[in-house]
Design a protein around this ligand. Sequence first.
Ligand code: ZN
Length: 145
Amino acid sequence: MSKKLQTIAQSKNFKAINAGPWTEIAQYVTGPFQGKVFLKEALAATGTEISFASMPEGASVPFFHTHKENEEVYIVLQGRGQMQIDEEVFDIQEGSVVRVSPKGVRNIKAGKGGMVFMCIQVKSGSLREWTGDDGLPAEAQAAWK
Ligand code: ZN
């Protein structure tokens, strides 16, 4: 039986879920392989597709793939492994962050002890404002309840 994402809170301007702990990501059976869970629908997200994945030692995604329009950012949360992008193979570990352009032919493989990673998909070239350019102070309308 698949682990289920837990809704923590929601209102008109947000939705909060809990996908963890990382040690239980392997229990999701909702993606293209056991241990992969996508969050877009659970979060009602409109600009990103975020997923978590847990792979046992030696496992890789069962296919190499590219994307039509989305770049991906892979963030290793636990463990270590390797990525192959086009002709390049390199080691990754907890804290490694890898951005892949849509046309990069990619795969990811878990190393010794397995690996838990997060993947963020977003339309390539879509970011127009960021950090301080897009944030607006809201102190006049808000304080901790
Ligand atoms: Zn992908």
